[in-house]
Ligand binder design. Structure first.
Ligand SMILES: Nc1ncnc2c1ncn2[C@@H]1O[C@H](COP(=O)(O)OP(=O)(O)OP(=O)(O)O)[C@@H](O)[C@H]1O
Ligand SMILES: [Mg+2]
Length: 335
């Protein structure tokens, strides 16, 4: 068996029809979610599929999970074509999509795992043993026989994780696996993925850039249905060496617009907090040369520079440069 994921010229267009009066069709919309993407994920690799909202990440994961049919192109999972051999493909993957909704809340954690184990054709004994093992890994032995509806949401996500691993599949497809988890548990899950699952082939999506940096061997950056950059996190960050990243901590509130007029400045992000302080992050061709103008621009808006620093570019800086959009949801450093 050829282990891993291979995607070639994959396309998907969603067609939606709005019906206004009963069955009378009034309008038709098409969304080109994937415009012909290529990538591979080998065994032992964790690849991050990243991109702004609507880029096509979930669509890709759903096609690979056999939940959505592509229009054209090819998607091969562990040697099986997801369109012509969906049953075989499905047996080799563990999927997380849609978070806690993918387990039965009226069953206990243990019952859920045994149920899904049986679906994957484990014998009753195998399913029981495997459920026990996974409940142990997740630290849920004591709660194993309580209904999932009485779990905390972090505990439910642990069962969702355990479910994806019940048949010990060689390939994992994780769509935003840590979305909405508290930081402590998100860290546990990331550690688990990196330490315990690294011999598998993993494709994951995330909006947390520090998570991508921590977990991914390679990143495929998707934007409007196309892959616009790929490489290791370090390679991608090196590509931004063409400009400096400068952060100014300011007392007072300033606006982004005046900074954009400074020669060499390409991106400006201003964040303010309630206590009359702001931070300005700029991409500028030559930070040292532009510094005087930057400081003047703060002062002319009535602000006072408390501190400035040249920063290492983050993955988010790379993506702003490539797509013109920020990927991170909120403050990724807090996650
Ligand atoms: N069932 C559907 N019907 C119609 N359009 C859809 C459907 N699912 C997704 N789309 C559209 O396809 C595009 C890609 O959506 P997709 O969910 O793959 O993006 P995403 O990268 O996962 O975004 P997000 O970061 O918000 O999760 C979007 O424009 C979306 O509106
Ligand atoms: Mg999505």
């Amino acid at each position: 068996m050829n282990l891993g994921i291979k995607v070639h010229k994959l396309t998907k267009t969603y067609k939606s029809t709005k019906r206004k009066y009963g069955v009378i069709r009034v309008s038709r919309r098409e969304t080109k979610a994937l415009k012909g993407i290529d990538f591979t994920v080998k065994r032992g690799e964790i690849v991050g599929l990243l991109g702004p909202n609507g880029a096509g990440k979930t669509t890709t994961i759903k096609i690979l999970s056999t939940l959505v049919l592509p229009d054209s192109g090819e998607a091969i999972v562990n040697g099986y074509n997801v369109v012509s051999q969906p049953t075989e493909a499905r047996a080799t993957i563990g999927v997380i999509t849609g978070g806690e909704r993918s387990i039965y809340h009226k069953l206990s954690g243990r019952e859920n795992l045994i149920f899904f184990g049986r679906l994957y054709r484990l014998t009753r004994n195998e399913a029981k043993e495997r459920a026990d093992e996974l409940l142990g890994i997740m630290g849920l032995q004591e709660k194993a026989d309580i209904k999932v509806e009485d779990y905390s949401s972090g505990m439910r996500m642990k069962i969702v994780f355990a479910r994806s691993l019940i048949h010990d599949p060689p390939t994992l497809l994780y769509d935003e696996p840590t979305l909405g988890l508290d930081p402590g548990f998100a860290r546990e899950i990331r550690q688990l993925i990196r330490d315990k699952l690294h011999e598998k082939c993993i494709l994951l999506t995330t909006h947390y850039m520090n998570e991508a940096d921590f977990l991914c061997d390679r990143i495929e950056l998707l934007h409007e249905g196309q892959i616009v950059a790929s490489g290791t996190p370090t390679e991608l960050k090196r590509q931004t060496r063409a400009f400096d990243v400068l952060t100014l901590q300011i007392k007072g509130v300033v606006h982004a617009e005046p900074f954009k007029g400074i020669p060499g400045v390409s991106e400006v992000t201003v964040t303010s907090d309630a206590s009359d302080a702001s931070a300005v992050r700029v991409h500028v061709q030559n930070g040292a040369a532009a510094l005087r103008r930057l400081l003047d621009t703060v002062e002319s808006q009535g602000g006072k520079v408390l501190r400035f620093a040249f920063d290492e570019p983050t993955l988010d800086d790379v993506f702003i440069q490539k797509t013109g959009r920020r990927i991170a949801n909120g403050d990724s450093t807090e996650h």
